[in-house]
Design a protein around this ligand. Structure first.
Ligand SMILES: C[S@@+](CC[C@H](N)C(=O)[O-])C[C@H]1O[C@@H](n2cnc3c(N)ncnc32)[C@H](O)[C@@H]1O
Length: 221
């Protein structure tokens, strides 16, 4: 993939350390479990994991809901190979696709997903990419579908200082809008309704917010 993106841990050479770093620095088990409960995957649903990275959350989705169609999208071919190996080792049938979030509907189709999920991705994206990724997510959802994001959100008090470790790896320009709490506004501007921050979790690298939003049109989901 030629266009640029920020790799999972800020630099391509660090990708092999991504899983242990996330386990150590983000209270990973707590936030992934909380996001999984929020998504509540069900057999028969199509769920797209935007910026799936090494596939940890896609694997959790598939394990929670055998019979759901889980698709992981990421622009980093190297990280997708790691994700595929993880899914195969777990005996799971997960479909991994190379691409940017802004292209999710163009690649996978309009109105195909019951749920869109994304974890620790939007804080890395330039402003325009955040907007385009959310607009494309809305297009990829079925009417009545839902969006679920866990990511570094508004950083308050000491969390602002802790979040600087992430900012030093991923760059200040892309991460600061998240730290200022911009995501709910951008989600609403993209056309989603019922946008809410369902909870916030403090971690050693800043606080992670959980966002929930709905496709504006009613459906059978
Ligand atoms: C910090 S990692 C998070 C990975 C995974 N979601 C998780 O929970 O562990 C961010 C991921 O976003 C991907 N990424 C970067 N820019 C992207 C874009 N424009 N669209 C989709 N994914 C992107 C990176 O390749 C990386 O795998």
């Amino acid at each position: 993939m030629t266009a640029s993106f920020t790799p999972a841990l800020g630099h391509a050479a660090l990708s092999g350390l991504y899983d242990p770093a996330i386990a150590l620095l983000t209270r990973e088990r707590v936030w992934r479990a909380r996001l999984l409960d929020q998504v509540a995957p069900k057999p028969g649903e199509t769920i797209i994991d935007l910026g799936c990275g090494t596939g940890s959350f896609a694997v959790s989705l598939a394990q929670r809901a055998p019979g759901a169609r889980i698709i992981g999208l990421d622009p980093d071919g190297d990280i997708l190979r790691r994700a595929e190996a993880k899914a195969v080792a777990a005996g799971l049938d997960i479909h991994f696709v190379e691409g940017f979030s802004r292209d999710v509907a163009a690649i996978l189709g309009d109105g195909v997903a019951d749920k869109m999920v994304s974890s620790l991705v939007f804080h890395q994206l330039p402003m325009e990419e955040k907007r385009r990724g959310l607009a494309a997510s809305l297009r990829a959802l079925k009417p009545g579908g839902t969006l679920h994001i866990a990511d570094y959100g508004r950083q308050a008090g000491p969390m602002r200082l802790l979040f600087r470790m992430v900012q030093s790896l991923d760059g200040y320009e892309n991460t600061q809008p998240n730290a200022d709490g911009i995501l709910p506004r951008l989600i609403g501007e993209a056309g989603f309704t019922s946008v809410r921050e369902s909870s916030v979790l403090t971690t050693p690298t800043g606080s992670i917010s959980f966002y929930h939003a709905e496709h504006p049109h009613q459906g059978s989901v």
